[in-house]
Structures are given as structure tokens and as C-alpha cells.
Design a protein around this ligand. Structure first.
Ligand SMILES: NC(=O)c1ccc[n+]([C@@H]2O[C@H](COP(=O)([O-])OP(=O)(O)OC[C@H]3O[C@@H](n4cnc5c(N)ncnc54)[C@H](OP(=O)(O)O)[C@@H]3O)[C@@H](O)[C@H]2O)c1
Length: 353
């Protein structure tokens, strides 16, 4: 087993006296430290680290954050063209010197690159920025196709988003070709409704390996989760800490909901955390892992980065049940009005439901 010694000095605060036995999937283990090395095997055999590192926002800080995350033991980095972090991540990887074979990199195709002829050039650009020959997971960021061209958010004079002429099915077929070429090891979707996923199952030839979707104790989407499981689609939770991300408190489509109280202040998560000597944030991440999903928390703070990597611990059934009661169908990431596309139309927590 590889031993990774973390360079982060901060010690995760212990919140309780009764520390439970740690799981066996530790990459590095000391009395109070357990860095997860858990992986999931996707429907095409590709292995995905269970805990990944998000890089949405704070782009100027991402080179050092990703460098610290790699040194702490993260091996999956999640990015997207629209985050403008790919170049910083590339630099951090080179600086940290982690071999490419040990890394799992995810990036996402933005909606103005959805025309089939634009898909491969868009991936090539991402690969060049990241400094790699292939991507491990290539996702279509949203189902909506924007007008083709250089404008990422091509709005008309009326302020309304201009849509493209091709569909996400055409885009998907172009992404499938990249798998055959070896440029993408796996492909998947993000922010799709059940109907949209079903369309790809019907009309595509590759089943999405992953759906990166908003999923946290406030938005549990139990029936959609079960349905995707039955189709062999792995679920990767974005915003796994729910409204902890300040973006949701600032952006007009979510402020009301996001200001109602933070997930990590939930007494249930605090109480469970005390039982295991973990923080509420770690309990929220452990809940996702306990349900067989991967999580991609973002942080630019050293002690949080380390803490998030120490979130793989088993939760008792009674605690999973308690977390189940936190489901409020609260969806924070719903830019339907801005994107001129009714997102999540058949899912819980959408403005349309
Ligand atoms: N596919 C999509 O459409 C989509 C949408 C949203 C996000 N994502 C991906 O998912 C990633 C994660 O989602 P997210 O960034 O929205 O939210 P998140 O990871 O749930 O939460 C991030 C926020 O939580 C804070 N935080 C992190 N670890 C913490 C801890 N242990 N204790 C307390 N606070 C903690 C961070 O603080 P600091 O930043 O100050 O460290 C930040 O404010 C993104 O970075 C991105 O890669 C994808």
C-alpha cells in the first residue's frame, strides 16, 4: 500500500470522545487521521476515487489549493472550461509531481461548444491547459445547447440566452467518438433530468458512466437515485455541503433558499458528528459515500482540505436514517431562467415542480 504523508499541519478538530473504528480504506493512517483511498469502479471498468476536489470559484487560489490538495492525498480533481481553472490545475499537477497514472481528472464541455464539430477541439483545448493526453471523465455540463461561437453566455439584445441548433444527443454522439479515440476514458452528464438521461439511453450507444449532480442531505432525490443506480450510472455529488457555497447566497436564483440556514449548522449533523469525532461537514460527505456515491467538496483552506479527505467513515443505520429526515428538496443550483431551459423538469426541488 502506498503511504502518503500529508504536509498539512492542521489537526482536524475532534468533536467527541467516542471515536469509532476507522474504515479499512485508509491511504494514510495515524491515531486520528484516515485519508480515504476508496475508489468506485464505473460501468466501463474505469476506477474513480471516491473523494474528489472541486475547483469552482476562487480561480486565482486554485493553483495553490490544488497543489495542497494533491499533497494532502486527493487524486481526483474536478474542473470545467467555464470555471477557468484548468490551466491552474495543470500547473499545480506539474509542481506536485504526482504521476498522471495516479490521477483522475474530470472536465466539462460548456454549452456553447455543444455543436458536434466543436466537441473535440474543446476537449483538446482543455487537455492542453491541463497538460495531459487524455481526460478520465468528460461531462456535458448542462443539457442546454447555447448558440455556437466564442460567447460562453450568448444573450440576444433582449437579454435572453440564444440557443444552438443541435441537441445534447448530437453532442453526446460526438463525445462517444472521443472515448473510441482514447481521449476520454469515460463520459457522463451533469444537471440532466431523468427524461434527458433516458433520451441518451435510448439514442446513444454509450451509457453515461457518471451523472454529476446536486445531491446533499437537503436534496436527496431518492427515487431518481434508485433509478440511475438501476441503469448503472454512478452519481457524483456536487455541492455536497449544500448551501455552504457562498455563491448560492449571492446568486439571484437561490438566495432566498440558501439564506435559510446552512446545512452544516443542522443539529442532527452536529450530534452525529460528536458521536464519531467528526465535523458536520464530514458527516454530510460520509453520508454520500455510505450511499455509494462520490463527493467533490471544494475548499481553499488547508485544514478543510485535509478534513474533507478524512470523511470516509461508516455511519450506523440509525444515523443514516436521521440524515434521511433532513431532505427538504432544496435545490440551490437552478439557472433555468438564466439559461432559457427548464432544467430538472421531472426532478425534485426544481422551480417548475
Ligand atoms: N456540475 C455542476 O454544474 C457543478 C455545480 C456546482 C459545483 N460543481 C463542482 O462541485 C464542487 C463542489 O461544489 P461547491 O463548490 O458548489 O460546494 P461545496 O464543496 O459543497 O462547498 C464549498 C464551500 O464549503 C466550504 N467548505 C469546504 N470544506 C469545508 C469544511 N470541511 N467545513 C466547512 N466548510 C467547508 C468552502 O469553503 P472555502 O472555499 O472557503 O474553503 C466553500 O465555501 C465544485 O467546486 C465544482 O467542482 C459542479
Amino acid at each position: 500500500m502506498t503511504i502518503i504523508r500529508t504536509r498539512t499541519a492542521a489537526i482536524t478538530p475532534l468533536l467527541g470522545r467516542h471515536i469509532r473504528p476507522q474504515p479499512t480504506s485508509c491511504l494514510y493512517r495515524a491515531s486520528t487521521r484516515c485519508i480515504s483511498q476508496k475508489t468506485y469502479t464505473l460501468n466501463n471498468g474505469v476506477k474513480l476515487p471516491a473523494i474528489g476536489f472541486g475547483t469552482f470559484q476562487d480561480k486565482e487560489q486554485q493553483e495553490s489549493a490544488v497543489y495542497n490538495a494533491l499533497n494532502a492525498g486527493f487524486r481526483h480533481i474536478d474542473t470545467a472550461k467555464v470555471y477557468d481553472t484548468e490551466e491552474f490545475i495543470g500547473r499545480a499537477i506539474r509542481k506536485a509531481g504526482v504521476p498522471r497514472t495516479d490521477l483522475f481528472l474530470t472536465t466539462k464541455l460548456w454549452c456553447n461548444d455543444f455543436h458536434p464539430d466543436d466537441v473535440e477541439p474543446a476537449l483538446d483545448e482543455a487537455l492542453a491547459k491541463l497538460g495531459t493526453e487524455h481526460i478520465d471523465l468528460f461531462l456535458t455540463h448542462y443539457p442546454c445547447t447555447f448558440k455556437r461561437g466564442t460567447e460562453r453566455f450568448p444573450k440576444g439584445e433582449d437579454g435572453i440566452m440564444q440557443m444552438g441548433e443541435t441537441t445534447y444527443v448530437d453532442t453526446w454522439k460526438a463525445m462517444e467518438k472521443l472515448v473510441h479515440k482514447g481521449k476520454a476514458k469515460a463520459i457522463g452528464v451533469s444537471n440532466f433530468s431523468q427524461g434527458e438521461v433516458q433520451t441518451l439511453l435510448d439514442q446513444g450507444s454509450i451509457t453515461p458512466a457518471v451523472h454529476q449532480m446536486e445531491l446533499h442531505p437537503y436534496l436527496q432525490q431518492k427515487s431518481f437515485v434508485e433509478w440511475q443506480k438501476s441503469k448503472g450510472i454512478h452519481m457524483m455529488q456536487f455541492s455536497p455541503l449544500a448551501n455552504q457555497n457562498n455563491f448560492y447566497r449571492d446568486i439571484y436564483w437561490a438566495t432566498g433558499k440558501a439564506n435559510a440556514g446552512r446545512l452544516i449548522d443542522e443539529p442532527i449533523l452536529k450530534e452525529i458528528g460528536e458521536k464519531y469525532g467528526k465535523s458536520p461537514a464530514q458527516v454530510a460527505l460520509a453520508w454520500g459515500l455510505a450511499n455509494g456515491r462520490s463527493v467533490i467538496p471544494k475548499s481553499v483552506v488547508d485544514w478543510q482540505i485535509t478534513q474533507n479527505l478524512e470523511s470516509d467513515f461508516p455511519l450506523d443505520a440509525e444515523d443514516l436514517e436521521k440524515i434521511g429526515t433532513l431532505d427538504k428538496q432544496l435545490r440551490f443550483n437552478d439557472p433555468s431562467s438564466a439559461y432559457n431551459w427548464k432544467l430538472y423538469s421531472d426532478l425534485e426541488g426544481a422551480w417548475s415542480t
